[in-house]
Design a protein around this ligand. Structure first.
Ligand SMILES: NC(=O)c1ccc[n+]([C@@H]2O[C@H](COP(=O)([O-])OP(=O)(O)OC[C@H]3O[C@@H](n4cnc5c(N)ncnc54)[C@H](OP(=O)(O)O)[C@@H]3O)[C@@H](O)[C@H]2O)c1
Length: 357
């Protein structure tokens, strides 16, 4: 059911030259988004659309109809009460998925089958098997898919990558970070619910592991070589606090502590043979980055967000879709699958099992 809004007139698409980097208004890509899962983070996405010229929220679909209607009243959009209706809406060009984790894969598969490009909140799926199915369907259908790891497109993360690629700190040997905050135990929260694929590994571990993988890929290390993990489980049985060490074949290690039960400084430091780069707290939303080369004065850059930080990933996805790309070079499907497999393996080691596995 379309309750409001009408399809836009056809618009000219920008050239493939838009692909790759954040566009900063230089190359607006018109796109009408359909949003599935109008909860907390979906508000940030809807808000960011106002900072992306040409992109707008066209329609929403959610769990409880009253919630979807309230959301669409605040962020003006049509409301559909069934996923099939949203996917069949000719006024929707692309789908953003922001439901709890266990629902991501089925919604992504349905969207890809409907020929709609997908930007899916992290993690792409609750298990590696589900993630493989979704990535496989993207290849079959030839439709764009990206895990919404928004941090990779932030100016601070782009600066980090530029310094790494320029060899400013030499070969990376150690990555260290924390992602910890206090979240009182609540059996009703999706974060603690096994049936909703809760736990720290899938909710916040993906940021840490994905950052480490991205850093190491800048120096040609493609795959994780192995890991050590220890942790504490919540009363519901999901992972509450995890200490993880990742190894690469060349000898580099990444050490992260992630938890819902403690606070920490939440910075990330990348140590190389010639220096250190720090993504200042919170590393996943950092606006400040420091380069410290041995024997030289440190250099700190303030890199504020243009809006709320989601605008960069929306622009990156829109540019890929306009260019007919099936994946974004900054978040290739292989990276998503590698982190999904790592998360699965860590959960198994910790004894966490979801009821649907
Ligand atoms: N990128 C980031 O910074 C960031 C931050 C937080 C979360 N996230 C990710 O965003 C996702 C959602 O998290 P959240 O905290 O926003 O969750 P949330 O507040 O619980 O919102 C989830 C929304 O999905 C709806 N929903 C549940 N099952 C659905 C289904 N099968 N089909 C359609 N809609 C469904 C819910 O409906 P009701 O209204 O009926 O409950 C609710 O509106 C997760 O993947 C999470 O990891 C990302």
């Amino acid at each position: 059911m379309r309750r409001a809004g009408a399809p836009d007139k056809a618009q000219d698409w920008p050239s493939a030259a838009c692909f790759g980097r954040p566009m900063h208004n230089a190359c607006a890509t018109p796109l009408r988004w359909g949003l599935v899962g109008p909860g907390k983070i979906a508000q940030r996405f809807a808000d960011a659309l106002s900072a992306v010229p040409g992109s707008r929220l066209a329609a929403v679909q959610g769990g409880r109809p009253s919630h979807a209607e309230a959301f669409a009243a605040h962020w003006p959009a049509a409301v559909h009460h069934e996923l099939a209706a949203l996917l069949a809406d000719p006024g929707v060009d692309a789908i953003y998925i922001a439901t709890p984790h266990q629902a991501h894969a089925a919604i992504a598969l349905a969207a890809l089958d409907a020929g709609k490009p997908v930007l899916c909140e992290k993690p792409l799926a609750a298990t590696a098997a589900q993630a493989q199915a979704v990535v496989g369907r993207t290849a079959e259908r030839g439709v764009f898919l990206m895990e919404a790891l928004w941090s990779r497109f932030l100016p601070s993360w782009q600066q980090l990558r530029a310094w790494l690629e320029a060899g400013e700190i030499g070969s990376v040997h150690t990555i260290q970070g924390t992602f910890c905050f206090r979240l009182p135990y609540d059996a009703g929260s999706r974060l603690y619910a096994p049936a909703l694929a809760g736990g720290v590994l899938l909710d916040i571990g993906v940021y840490a592991f994905s950052l480490a993988q991205w850093v190491m890929s800048a120096q040609g290390e493609r795959a994780f070589g192995g890991f050590d993990v220890s942790g504490v489980l919540a009363p519901s049985g999901v992972d509450l606090h995890v200490a993880a060490q990742l190894h690469w074949p060349g000898g580099a290690v990444a050490q992260f502590v992630i938890g819902f039960d403690a606070s920490a400084d939440n910075a990330c430091r990348i140590h190389g043979q010639r220096g250190t780069i720090t993504l200042h707290p919170n590393f996943w939303e950092s606006t400040r980055v420091t380069l410290q080369r041995r024997g030289e004065p440190e250099r700190t850059l303030e890199l504020p967000l243009r809006h709320n930080g989601f605008e960069y990933q929306i622009e990156a996805a829109a540019a890929c879709i306009a260019a007919g790309q099936h994946e974004n070079a900054a978040i290739p499907h292989a990276h998503t699958l590698a982190v999904a497999e790592l998360s699965d393996a860590m959960r198994r080691r910790l004894g966490v099992r979801y009821p649907f596995e």
